[in-house]
Design a protein around this ligand. Structure first.
Ligand code: PLP
Length: 436
């Protein structure tokens, strides 16, 4: 039997620090990701089925000189180690590290930069990433180039020997544009072999995309989203194949004390077990909803639709389309009404939860980007983002349809509903706006 390239690097008996036990049956068979997600094995003295929670800050030593496997939880904790080992396997990496949030992960990675280093990042980035890069450029002497990373040609002119890091995110959010990870990684390495290509994989999760196999040096994601799946914890995950790079990142985590707390590690271990089934259902629901909206005539952005301009590029890298999509109504006031009229869809930032969420990015998650910049990046003010959960899909569509009708986002014709704000609704909204 041939071992897939991803697993050839992964010796389960490896002494990957700091780790208590392998978590895969060593039968010689290579299991699929869906199986690996749920199968865990550890060396608990009572053979507990679930990895025990070591809710302790310190570990007693048997000798004056210390030297036990664990001594202090900032440096290492068995529950955290087990989670890291499990994640390394799932993320097809040699080493995984967990920290207190997705932004914490980005912070740890960015501490490898020195004054004068250049960073290339997207222009449709997660807002928090944008904010941290801004801070680094004003306080750390880092030069940040924001370019449209969904076009390799836009990246090429800014690459040079001072490019220390390239930060990618695909699909982008909320415009759902696709980044050519292999194309950009190859170009970046050609410009400077020491450049670090880091990919934020939060939107896809390891079940759908493995950036390390596409030329990335570091993959990180917010464990707050799909990995945990229930919006009941915050976590960040970093994975690498290069052992020295892993040691550097671990040094920063231990030095700054941002390792994930044992209880959150334990909760995340539980969440990860259902990642496969959650994503399968969320993605199937998202596909139905995207087709429903497109069928009504709305402009929908979702890589599961053949109409997506980068459909082929997305599927050349990923195993699924994910569960986040966005659509336009043509009228900001109508979009606001839809969001407020929805009942099943909670108005909330974030995504990756079992519950379905609805939001207007320009009013919420991306409101920190000023209006002029939003215009430059062609971020439609009326854009509605849907983050699809695991509810019954007919209930979700029914709720959305009711909201569309109540908000006046559709015109009722003898042949059914069509996207388009009727003139009387336009006039009503304009009059209401004029009163303010
Ligand atoms: C949420 C998110 C982050 C930040 O993660 P936190 O856990 O909220 O700190 C980073 N990148 C993307 C794409 C995200 O969606």
């Amino acid at each position: 039997m041939t071992v897939p390239a991803a697993f050839s690097k992964l010796s389960l008996s490896d002494d990957m620090p700091p780790t208590p036990a392998p978590s895969s049956p060593r039968t010689g068979r290579t299991y699929s990701l869906a199986t690996e997600l749920v199968y865990t094995e550890h060396s608990d003295q009572y053979n507990s089925s679930s990895m025990p929670l070591y809710q302790t800050a310190t570990f007693k030593q048997t000798s004056n000189a210390g030297g036990a496997e664990y001594d202090y939880t900032r440096s290492g904790n068995p529950t955290r180690s087990h989670l890291e080992k499990h994640l390394a396997k799932i993320m097809r990496a040699r080493r995984a590290l967990v920290v207190s949030s997705g932004m914490g992960a980005m912070d740890v990675i960015s501490r490898m930069l020195r004054p004068g280093d250049e960073v290339i990042a997207g222009d449709d980035l997660y807002g928090g990433t944008h904010r941290l890069l801004k801070y680094l450029s004003t306080h750390g002497g880092i030069i940040v180039h924001h370019v449209d990373t969904t076009s390799v040609d836009a990246v090429l002119p800014v690459l040079n020997e001072k490019t220390a890091m390239v930060l990618l995110e695909t699909p982008t959010n909320p415009l759902i544009k696709i980044v050519d990870i292999p194309g950009i990684a190859a170009a970046a390495k050609a410009a400077n072999p020491n450049t670090i290509v880091a990919v934020d994989n939060t939107m896809m999760s390891p079940i759908l995309l493995n950036p390390l196999e596409l030329g990335a040096d570091i993959v990180y994601e917010s464990g707050t989203k799909y990995l945990s799946g229930h919006h009941d914890l915050m976590a960040g995950v970093i994975a690498v194949n290069d052992a020295a790079l892993g040691e550097k990142l671990y040094f920063t985590i231990n030095a700054s004390g941002c390792g994930l707390a044992p209880f959150d590690c334990w909760l995340l271990l539980r969440g990860i077990k259902t990642l496969g089934v959650r994503m399968e259902k969320q993605q199937a629901n998202a596909q139905r909803i995207a087709e429903f909206l497109e069928g009504q005539g709305f402009k929908v952005r979702y890589p599961g639709l053949k109409s997506h301009p980068q459909y082929d590029l997305h599927w050349s890298m990923a195993r699924g389309a994910g569960a986040v999509l966005s659509f336009e109504t043509g009228n900001v006031g109508v979009s606001e009404r839809i969001v407020e009229a929805a009942r099943l869809w909670a108005i909330s930032v974030s995504f990756g939860c079992v519950n379905s969420l609805i939001s207007m990015p320009c009013r919420m998650s991306h409101a920190s980007i000023d209006k002029k910049t939003r215009e430059e990046r062609q971020l439609p003010e009326d854009l509605i983002r849907l983050c699809v959960g695991i509810e019954d899909v007919d209930d979700l569509i029914d709720d959305l349809q009711t909201a569309l009708v109540q908000a006046g986002a559709v015109t009722i014709t003898p042949n059914g509903m069509r996207a388009g704000v009727p003139p009387e609704v336009e006039a009503e909204l304009a009059a209401a706006a004029a009163q303010h």
